[in-house]
Ligand binder design. Structure first.
Ligand code: C2O
Length: 548
């Protein structure tokens, strides 16, 4: 194992898409941002220097951060932001993970332009448990806004209305030829016939789960969230914000100069994600003797499932299974120390006095909550106040373990959707095995929520539609080879059950990875206490940790 050093200079850079030029907040002037490459076991040091007016933090999404919680990155959870002119070096080691993850800004909506791939190669002398690819190619999905997304979310929070949606979805930063004034901004994946490519798919979009497909080609899924899975073939993938998936693309043996569309567009038309437009790129077969210019667009577009196709998504997500073999075991907790039941969904907050709001009901603001609590970020970091024993007035440890009223999903909205506000946490002793059932409420309209847990991978042991039944459903849980991930969708009007072991001391954020839902409060934090051994304790913070 070695140490890999990176510097991210956060600075402004102009980019033009859809004939609109915008000043983006970037790392090193790149959009999407630079690649971080490491082998399993390597130490990674990233010095982030803030040259912009905005406060910055960076999160290494999916990196376990074992006893390195100070490097996790969510603003006001594990650190105060890096202010203008300041620098902070994120210092962590990649342990027991291999595949693809992503890094992104973790403050307000700055990840709209501050994101990039994390590529974790196997240890030296270790190989993939699948055919060695000829080439590896990161493909990042994102969103392009013609206006500043910071202004979009600021206005939405002020008026209480749903935010304006982005103007395009992007593939490696490019919207592609199906949008106006965008033909030259098209991602082209150039391939040779008869080879196997590893595509590292990353959804870095702010607010949309996306379908993705390449016309006339089948993809083999081999990894999800930096954990190998049992390979399966599919024409179309669903990938949620925060999720990463490695797929093998086998190119056809003879296709000189052929071109095919690849396309990505949203799965759900929930609040804050109403858009039917499609990002497109082109798969180009290179002919050895051609100069590789193609004149017209491919004729063949992939067929994507219809919007809101919950049936496709339920089937697709069930196909993910851990390898669960001797080399890559699935350490699913077989017994449970603590059980939690969380309702997740949208609700409302009252409009402040003497103002008018444009929320879903008369004079309310949109809010989102877990067990009816809309989480309020403190003004100093939770991890710091916890570590130095100064929780007083910063947070409480009484996050509800169950919804305030027994939840019954009927599909009909109740008339009172008010949430309560608070900075509440749940405390877990070290090595507690946790079962958490998350039930989507869908009380303001159907919504699916890609829930992301920091600091851990969890096993998705069950999923279903309608109400979770604690008497019947657990008998169908998969405790043998469930998929292990860091982000999983709570289906609209349904539930998922996850299990994880609290083997990582620190303060760990959990939230919906649709940024608008996070901003509305669909977030909370777990506190995991130190274990007895020295290597089970959170060390003191690094000396350059930013102050608030
Ligand atoms: Cu990728 Cu807390 O997020």
């Amino acid at each position: 194992a070695i140490t890999r050093q990176y510097t991210f200079n956060i600075k402004y850079q102009n980019f033009t898409r859809l004939c609109h030029t915008r000043r983006l907040v970037t790392a090193n002037g790149q959009f999407p941002g630079p690649r971080l490459v490491a082998r399993e076991g390597d130490q990674v040091l990233v010095k982030v220097v803030n040259h912009v007016a905005e406060n910055i933090t960076i999160h290494w999404h999916g990196v376990r951060q074992l006893t390195s919680g100070w490097a996790d990155g969510p603003a006001y959870v594990t650190q105060c932001p890096i202010q203008t002119g300041q620098a902070y070096t994120y210092n962590f080691t990649i342990t027991g993970q291999r595949g693809t993850l992503l890094w992104h800004a973790h403050i307000s909506w700055l990840r709209s332009s501050l994101y990039g791939p994390i590529i974790i190669l196997p240890k030296l002398n270790e190989s993939y448990p699948f055919q060695k690819p000829y080439k590896e190619i990161p493909i990042l999905f994102g969103e392009w806004f013609n206006v500043d997304p910071e202004a979009v979310i600021a206005q939405a929070l002020q008026t209480g209305a749903g935010p304006n949606v982005s103007d395009a979805y992007t593939i490696n930063g490019l919207p592609g030829p199906l949008y106006n004034c965008s033909a030259k901004d098209t991602y082209k994946l150039k391939v040779k016939p008869g080879k196997t490519y590893l595509l590292r798919l990353i959804n870095a979009a702010l607010n949309d789960e996306l379908f993705f497909s390449i016309a006339n080609h089948t993809l083999t899924v081999v990894e999800a969230d930096a954990v190998y899975v049992k390979p399966f073939e599919t024409d179309t993938l669903l990938i949620s914000p925060g999720q990463t998936t490695n797929v093998l693309l086998k190119t056809k043996p003879h296709f000189p100069n052929a071109t095919f569309f690849m396309a990505a567009r949203p799965y759900f038309t929930g609040i804050g994600s109403i858009d039917n437009s499609t990002a497109a790129g082109i798969l180009v077969y290179k002919h050895p003797s051609s100069n590789n210019h193609f004149k017209k667009l491919p004729s063949l577009k992939p067929t994507l499932p219809p919007i809101n196709d919950t049936g496709f998504v339920a089937n697709f997500t069930r196909k993910f299974r851990s390898l669960a073999n001797a080399k890559y075991p699935a350490n699913v907790p077989q017994t449970v120390d603590r059980k939690f039941f969380f309702t997740v969904g949208l609700g409302t907050n009252p409009c402040p006095e003497n103002t008018t709001c444009q929320g879903p009901t008369n004079n309310t603001k949109f809010a989102a909550s877990i067990n009816n609590v809309s989480f309020v970020l403190p003004s100093i970091a939770l991890l710091q106040s916890y570590f130095f024993g100064q929780s007083n007035g910063v947070f409480t440890s009484d996050f509800p373990q169950n919804p305030p009223k027994p939840f019954n999903y009927t599909g009909t909205p109740p008339n009172n959707t008010m949430v309560s506000n608070g900075t509440k946490t749940l405390v877990l002793p070290f090595n507690t095995s946790v079962e958490l059932v998350m039930q989507d409420t869908s009380i303001l309209g159907a919504e699916s929520h890609p829930l992301h847990l920091h600091g851990f991978n969890f096993f998705v042991v069950g999923q279903g539609t309608g109400n979770y039944d604690p008497n019947k459903d657990p008998s169908h849980f998969n405790l043998v080879d469930p998929v292990e991930r860091n982000t999983a969708g709570v289906p609209a009007g349904g539930w998922i059950a996850i299990r994880f072991l609290s083997d990582n001391p620190g303060v760990w954020f959990m939230h919906c990875h649709l940024d608008v839902h996070t901003s509305w409060g669909l977030r909370m934090a777990w506190i995991v206490l130190d274990g007895p051994q020295p290597n089970q304790k959170l060390p003191p913070p690094p000396s350059d940790l930013p102050e608030c």
